[in-house]
Each structure stands twice: as structure tokens, then as C-alpha cells.
Design a protein around this ligand. Sequence first.
Ligand SMILES: [Zn+2]
Ligand SMILES: [Zn+2]
Length: 332
Amino acid sequence: MIDLLRKNGPFRKANLHSHTTRTDGRMTASEVKEWYKDHGYEIVAFTDHSVYSDYPELRDERFLPIAGVETDFCSYDPHFPQKKTISCHINFWQEFPESPLAVYVPETHEYKVDTINTYIKAMKKNGFYCCLNHPGWSMLPGNDIERIDGLDAVEVYNHGAEWNNNCGNGNIEYAMYLNSGHRAWALAADDNHAGIGGKDIDLTHDDDTLGGWIEISMPELTVRHFFEAFRSGSFYATQGPKIYDYYIDESRDMIVVRCSPVKNISIKGSHIGLAAHANSNRNDITFAEFPLAGIRETNQYFRLEIWTTDMKRAFSQPYYFESKSCRKTEKT
Ligand SMILES: [Zn+2]
Ligand SMILES: [Zn+2]
């Protein structure tokens, strides 16, 4: 049996993208902690805009804060210089915040893929992991996403962008990134500001929270175990549906899936359309299995997506057929 969820302990709820009153959020860091803890989360990453945040004082036996920062690279409209045409945001999480603060401040926030790649490289050298945020909101031109190197993850769902702008779905950009030969994990996150819509809009406390998260499997609630689980892809992204089992039964050469009730269980490969799927008109599917034969022969990787009738989705991490080379792996 090959466990495609890479389980190594209980699943824990984590929101890896959040804002506080340090920048444009409405909750303080301790209010963010209490809010998420009250709703069953054990992990929150603090990723305020261009301000590195580390809150070791928020650590307790049932809550793990992750230190981080969200960095942006933007282009402006020459005709309306106050308006952005591109806004590429990348989250960085630091594994060893107790080490001397090693935050690389970019020389410029101007949007250029080369600048972004240089920045990512420097941050990773300093022990950070990174994620391309809300690609559906960022308006990256053409195939630029394929030229960004070193992303550890891509947000396949950003709840704040969905709630406020109807563009939180990063599914297509994620597929493009994988198909260009890169490897990155699938993430869902809130990007909660709790009211960023404007100081003049009276949004309720929970409007952009609790809508996208990961379920990460780790034996103990420590920073070390978190990053070990992150590196090994021992998590899935979700807007609500749960994936209970997802494995390859080698004796029968089958992919097996068990999940909470959904309308569709799909295996996606590196081509357009679905490699295999089970579909219904109602949320009444909780089990499916698919022959690996055929999928193996025609794909470099496959991954699981499930969704409900109201389009609440969950995404597994990709599983790669190691013997196959990807279409484009050269780095320039
Ligand atoms: Zn952002
Ligand atoms: Zn953000």
C-alpha cells in the first residue's frame, strides 16, 4: 500500500495565510489565535504584508504559531499610476525563527519574474518556505507563472480573494505550474483580514475566515514536525470536504479514495480533462477506486480532487511517476 496522504499522525487544521492589525487585518495576533483555536485550528501562520512576524508568546500546548511574511511585487498602470495591473504576492514561512533574524528585504517591489526568482532564492537560503498566493487575483500575465522558480506551494484556493473578489480559485494556475515541470504542493488558506473590504464596510467578524485550510498530518504539534510534514506533503487542501483515505493498493493496482460525502471524486493527470472520476448529482459519494493502468502510462503525475454540489473542494498533493520526465524541466 502506498499512502498518498502520507499520514504520520493526526490531521491538524492549519491556516497558513493570515493578517493582523500590524498591517491591514482587523484582529490582533492574539485575537486571530483565539478565533482559530475556537474553531478547531491548531496552527496559524502570521503573514502580514512586508512585515516579518514571529509570535512565540502565542505558543501553547494546543496552538502553534508559524512565523512569516507576505511579500508583493507589483506593476502599475501607466495611465492610472495609482492602479495596479499585476500584484504578485508570495508567502514565506520560517522554519527556524529562533535563529538570527534573516529576512531579505527586496531591493524593489517592481514586478519582474527575474526579481521574484532572485528574492525567492535568497529567502529559501535563509530557511524560508514559500507559496504563490491567490494567483487568480494577481493577474500574472501570460505564462509568467511557469517562469517562477522555487515555489514550495501554490494556493489552489484563497478564501479572502473568493469572498471579496470572486477570484480565489487557483486551480488552473496550479495545473499550469505543475505541467511546466515544477513541483509544488496544493494549498488552501483564508488570507483573512476580517474586514479588508474597507474601513467603511461593516463586515462581520468571520466573513473572510474559516473558508480554506489544510489538514496536515503530524505526530506532534511542534515547528519541527510541522515543517517535516510540509516538506513531505503530508497534508491536503480543503474548503470543507474531508479525505479519509487515499492510497494505491499495489496488489490490485488500484487508486482507492474514501472521503466525506461529495458529488465528484476525480483523478486529474497532466492532461486536459479527468484521468478518472466518479460522479453523481447529489453529495452521495464517499468511496471510489480507479485502475492505475492507463493513468500510469499517459501521465507524469496524478492528483485527487473532490467537490460537493455547492463547489466546496478538496485537493490532494500530486503523486509523481518517478520514471517519467516532465515536459519542461530546464531552468534558465
Ligand atoms: Zn496577498
Ligand atoms: Zn494576504
